[in-house]
Design a binder for this molecule. Structure first.
Ligand code: ADP
Ligand code: TRP
Length: 351
């Protein structure tokens, strides 16, 4: 029996942080040998928000180095760059014919990003008017609007069954399933499987930030990066937001402190987590000790990865070889699906 196809990607918008690592990359590494795996760098998606060409190119290289350094193995998984597969761009045009502007405008990620670009703070729905009215330097691009079409194509063109992503990507995955169903039923075919998220049994993780907020994210400025050096990392952890400490036994834990426990749970042994939970419950906890422990345990994971990133970043030949090999494999399957889609839609040769 052929293996199920797993596919996922990360946008080339900067260095990878612990959120990307625990939410996505570490899952890729764990599953790569058990599935027909494909992992890519979404550089076309990065173009929907980033505009500096040199930075984009550097970010793509960075993420390839980070993928490899974290343990992705080109012998086990196909590793490729999205723009190296031009079939994706053509199918994006074709699929867009079956996607509604309305459903794209209602997507949460679009509304968030459009609001940010337009400088709108309120959650009110006057956003459509603003979008239609702005055509100069504040314009919201058609590329940003059609982000979910492009993501659906990444997945459908490889006929992927499983897509390991964090919780924030669930809506995009839901749209992908909807587009797949719509295409299949419109043309009366059974071309695309409906992909589902993937995690190892538990709920998808949400890695919290160090600033007491709910989510670690590139744009939030609250990240620990895989590439952080020892000193930087310790400093960030020691500065993490806490509170004045528990005053009564078994007092409820505040959000910033719960965040530190969540990070500890991801990086430390269960006995250690329990030891600090107990210390919190009996009010003997010292946040300074908890932070030292946390920094130590994060460093055990990230430092070896950092070393490998630094080596790989300078190894252009290895990077070029790996993405070339990955693009060949990704294109082979993509070309087959695109040929089917063209035929189904009526784009057919005369001879
Ligand atoms: P960011 O939010 O920092 O811009 P991306 O949107 O590029 O990161 O996310 C790449 C992958 O990492 C996605 O699968 C996303 O769900 C996951 N991810 C990002 N941040 C977190 C987080 N704090 N916790 C869990 N997963 C995350
Ligand atoms: N939208 C995803 C993110 O922001 C990145 C992405 C693009 C992706 N295409 C994909 C993820 C296809 C999984 C499958 O993280």
């Amino acid at each position: 029996m052929s293996k199920e196809i797993v596919l996922s990607g990360i946008r080339a918008t900067g260095n990878l942080h612990l959120g990307n690592y625990f939410g996505a990359l570490s899952k890729f590494v764990r599953m790569q040998g058990d599935y027909d795996s494909m992992f890519f760098i979404a550089d076309l998606h990065a173009l929907t928000t980033a505009t500096d060409p040199d930075l984009l190119h550097a970010n793509v290289k960075n993420i390839i180095a980070e993928y490899l350094a974290a343990g992705l193995d080109p012998e086990k998984a196909t590793i490729f760059v999205q723009s190296d597969v031009p079939e994706i761009s053509e199918m994006y045009l074709l699929l867009n014919m079956h996607v509604g502007i309305g459903e794209l405008m209602r997507t949460a990620s679009f509304k968030d990003k459009a609001r940010k670009q337009l400088g709108i703070k309120s959650e009110g729905d006057d956003i459509e008017k603003e979008i239609i009215g702005n055509d100069s330097n504040k314009r919201v691009s058609a590329g940003l609007l059609t982000y979910p079409t492009l993501m659906a194509v990444d997945i459908l063109i490889q006929k992927a069954n499983k897509v390991p992503v964090g919780k924030d990507q669930e809506q995009h995955l839901e749209l992908t399933r909807r587009f797949a169903r719509r295409f299949n039923s419109f043309y009366g075919v059974d071309l695309f499987p409906e992909p589902t998220n993937f995690d190892f049994g538990g709920a998808p993780v949400k890695v919290p930030g160090l600033d007491g907020s709910g989510k670690m994210g590139k744009s939030e400025g609250n990240c620990i990066y895989l590439i952080d050096d020892e000193k930087t990392l310790r400093k960030k952890v020691m500065r993490a937001v806490t509170d004045e400490g528990p005053k009564t036994p078994n007092q409820p834990v505040s959000q910033p402190v719960e965040n530190l426990f969540t990070l500890l749970q991801l990086t430390s042994a269960p006995e250690i987590v329990q030891q600090y939970r107990d210390a919190y419950a009996d009010c003997s906890i010292r946040y300074g000790d908890l932070k030292k422990q946390l920094a130590e345990d994060i460093l055990k994971i990230t430092l070896p990865i950092r070393e490998r990133i630094l080596d790989l970043r300078n190894d252009d030949a290895t990077i070029a070889r790996i993405v070339k090999q990955g693009a060949e494999k990704a294109r082979e399957r993509a070309a087959k699906t695109l040929a089917e889609v063209r035929h189904i839609m009526g784009i057919r040769p005369f001879a």
